[in-house]
Design a binder for this molecule. Structure first.
Ligand SMILES: Nc1ncnc2c1ncn2[C@@H]1O[C@H](COP(=O)(O)OP(=O)(O)O)[C@@H](O)[C@H]1O
Ligand SMILES: [Mg+2]
Length: 252
């Protein structure tokens, strides 16, 4: 079943056609990667899916809902979470706090009851903490849980961002260049975590990624884009031997 469907979507910035008539489906349970040269429109595709940008034309469906015009602040509630190409965390807060902040979209209490700290709020707070701790355990971040983000190495911050995204219990996780800035060992770890997130938690993943080893190893299917257009969609093997894809990367 298709979890996400984009049809004929386009977006231009001034004269730049960042995304042109792109259509694709991502199926439930898949790891789907988007590859392409710099400036190809990959991040813009993520911005369209997470509704940070409005498309000029085209439609977007998630879980059979038309989300073409859904406001960005409702996207997390629907079950779509993302990380950013450059991490966006609260620098002066601890790892645990960053995760708890990420959970606020699930808060089912009102402001007055929160202010009075009713038993219900307390129960919910405890549950949030347990769930955040589960994500910390899953991604092996125990050692860092009480450390301030600003003091952490880049590779750890990237994993904290993934953890924060997981805290909203997404059905779909969008990862923008998860391996950029990671060393080979961290990239290897990342590939195992992606597998756990996908298989153990059952989360569908779309990732924009440059590391072709990671992409080939982790993805069920790959979409290659260039100049805002979809060149081809296929298995890692199909994409690696696709003449048009090779031309976009290597030139004629
Ligand atoms: N907010 C924006 N304003 C103007 N141009 C933009 C904006 N965002 C992206 N672009 C342009 O759209 C094109 C695609 O960018 P982007 O989606 O970031 O590419 P990628 O992530 O594949 O490197 C580029 O030419 C970029 O300069
Ligand atoms: Mg980008």
């Amino acid at each position: 079943m298709s979890l996400l469907r984009m049809t004929d979507m386009s977006l231009s910035f001034g004269g730049v056609l960042a995304v042109q008539d792109v259509s694709f489906d991502v199926f439930e349970g898949e790891v789907f990667s988007i590859i392409g040269p710099n400036g190809a429109g990959k991040t813009t595709l993520f911005n369209l899916i997470s509704r940070l940008n409005d498309a000029d034309s085209g439609t977007l469906y998630f879980d059979d809902w038309d989300i073409t015009k859904t406001p960005a602040h409702h996207i997390a509630e629907l079950g779509i979470a993302r990380t950013f190409q450059n991490t966006e965390l609260f620098e002066h807060e601890t790892v645990l706090h960053n995760l708890l902040i990420g959970k606020h979209v699930y808060r089912k209490t009102n402001l007055l009851s929160e202010f009075c700290f009713t038993p219900r709020v307390r129960r919910q707070e405890l549950q949030f903490r347990r769930e955040a701790e589960d994500v910390i355990d899953l991604l092996d971040l125990q050692h860092y849980r009480d450390q301030i983000i600003g003091n952490l190495p880049y590779g750890v911050r990237k994993m904290v961002e993934v953890a924060r995204a997981l805290c909203i219990k997404p059905k779909l996780l969008l990862l923008d260049e998860p391996s950029s800035g990671l060393n080979p060992e961290e990239t290897e770890d990342l590939s195992f975590w992606l597998e756990d997130i996908n298989e153990e938690l059952g989360v569908t993943i779309i990732m924009v990624e440059h590391d072709m080893n990671l992409v080939s190893r982790s993805s069920n299917r790959i979409m290659a884009v260039a100049d805002g257009k979809c060149l081809s969609i296929g298995s890692p093997r199909e994409i690696q031997s696709n003449a048009e894809v090779l031309r976009a990367y290597l030139g004629d």
